[in-house]
Design a binder for this molecule. Structure first.
Ligand SMILES: Nc1ncnc2c1ncn2[C@@H]1O[C@H](COP(=O)(O)OP(=O)(O)OP(=O)(O)O)[C@@H](O)[C@H]1O
Ligand SMILES: O=C(O)[C@@H](O)C(=O)CO
Length: 423
């Protein structure tokens, strides 16, 4: 088996999002949590995804890690590459979307690439170069106030320009709608003008299919997960991938489960509230209490729970409570203390036999997978668009984990996830 598409994502939930959409095709997708320690073996999957945590790192560190990931994928025999970033284009003037794309272009010999964060199923659309979240322009959406990457402009060409040294161009929706040949002609015209970084409109899945058909031969494509979703079908159709490519056989798992939520997004707040309302046993983590008294109380509580009831431990709180904790502890320490506690709970739950882990939040997912030392996962069925169940091993035991991005899923996500796995 050879790697048809080597993928690199800039955060953990983003990587499972990408892996989940690729896995819709039924073809095997392997997900690595961080740069693999070992050189690629003979058992690579057609789609290999490396999850990094580079979204808000200093540029030099992001470049170093991404280049190392690309080298691993090259050694695994990857023929083409995909650079996945957030569907809300989370970045700043200094990066990291543009600088990483530029470095990969240079390393992989790509003279031109496209940028398309659209994910129509989750309400992210690009029109005339502007990104919309639902009905709001990006800069008027809650992403305006993101603590690390506040998005204060909706025009992707303007957002990208200061991040790259080459010229930025746009392929707008009428060109996309006219079909793959029209896109190829526009790309060639932009290349002749010296434009290497091309933002491209997409408002529906059909647009993404057209773009994928036009750009599939590019050495490097960049975008949100939904653009990559269109690629497996093209590879299957032309025989690049055979229909008998290996498929995932999910493991049989015990009933023990735990829900760990460190995301404070509006959607996760609603998901936690509904799960508690449905009668699930729950323990609320208070960062100030954790700072004063440590985490024995929650670990004692967890030790007394019936894990077949899928208890939830959550720090999820409204913006006022989060601010109050951050004012007293500092933003970084408040986050760390919650992440450390949820990581300790994950280990305790695993050691008591839990094999199903529902985790909410990107940073939280990083902390939990690191604590469980899950380095590699196979990707299974999606619970909601961009949120699949994944299967890995921790301390010699098979586990299922789902890593939910803060804004993804519907209100009933936690119950849906557990139900989905048992069927
Ligand atoms: N009550 C709280 N007070 C202060 N910080 C908190 C609280 N609860 C959680 N946190 C911290 O907030 C951060 C939430 O980030 P995380 O990436 O996990 O969620 P998210 O931003 O909603 O998810 P995503 O990155 O997938 O959109 C974590 O560092 C977490 O520890
Ligand atoms: O693209 C998205 O919105 C997500 O996969 C993500 O990157 C969340 O951090």
């Amino acid at each position: 088996m050879t790697v048809v598409l080597g993928c690199i994502a800039d955060d953990f939930t983003g990587a499972t999002d990408l892996a989940g959409l690729l896995a819709r095709s039924g073809v095997r997708v392997r997900l690595h949590m961080g740069l693999p320690d070992d050189a690629p073996g003979d058992d690579v999957a057609p789609f290999e995804v490396i999850a990094l945590k580079t979204r808000t790192l200093p540029v030099a560190e992001a470049l170093e890690q991404t280049r190392a990931a690309a080298q691993w994928l090259q050694a695994a025999g990857a023929g083409r590459y995909f650079w996945k970033y957030c569907s809300t284009f989370d970045s700043t003037e200094t990066g990291n979307i543009g600088p990483v794309a530029q470095a990969l272009m240079s390393d992989l010999g790509a003279a031109q690439t496209i940028y398309c964060p659209a994910f129509p199923e989750n309400g992210r659309r690009v029109f005339m170069g502007n990104l919309f979240v639902g009905q709001q322009p990006l800069a008027e959406s809650p992403m305006r106030d993101h603590p690390l990457t506040p998005m204060r402009d909706s025009d992707l060409t303007r957002l990208l320009a200061p991040q790259v040294s080459g010229q930025v161009g746009l392929i707008d929706h009428p060109v996309v709608e006219a079909g793959p040949q029209s896109i190829r002609t526009a790309l060639a015209a932009l290349a002749a003008e010296g434009r290497a970084h091309i933002v491209i409109d997409a408002i529906r899945d059909g647009d993404l299919e057209t773009i994928a058909a036009a750009c599939r031969e590019m050495p490097l494509i960049t975008g949100g997960s939904a653009l990559a979703m269109a690629l497996p079908g093209l590879y299957l159709a032309d025989g690049t991938l055979s229909a008998d490519a290996p498929r995932l056989v999910p493991p049989v798992l015990g009933a023990g489960a735990v829900v760990l939520s460190g995301s404070c997004s509006a959607m996760t707040n609603r998901q936690v509230a509904l799960y508690l309302d449905s009668g699930a046993p729950g323990f609320r983590l208070d960062p100030l209490d954790l700072a004063r008294n440590g985490n024995n109380a929650v670990l004692d509580w967890l030790a007394a729970q019936d894990l077949a009831q899928a208890p939830i431990i959550y720090a999820t709180a409204n913006p006022e409570s989060v601010r109050a904790a951050q004012d007293q502890l500092g933003v970084v320490r408040a986050g760390e203390i919650v992440e450390e506690t949820l990581a300790a709970c994950a280990i305790a739950a695993r050691d008591r036999g839990a094999q199903r882990f529902v985790v909410a939040g990107g940073e939280t997912s990083g902390a939990v997978t690191r604590a469980l030392d899950v380095s590699r996962m196979d990707v299974g069925a999606e619970i909601a668009p961009g949120v699949p169940w994944c299967f890995g091993r921790s301390a010699g035991t098979e586990l299922a984990l789902t890593l939910k991005s803060g804004n993804f899923g519907t209100e009933s996500f936690f119950a849906d996830a557990l139900e989905r796995l048992s069927t």
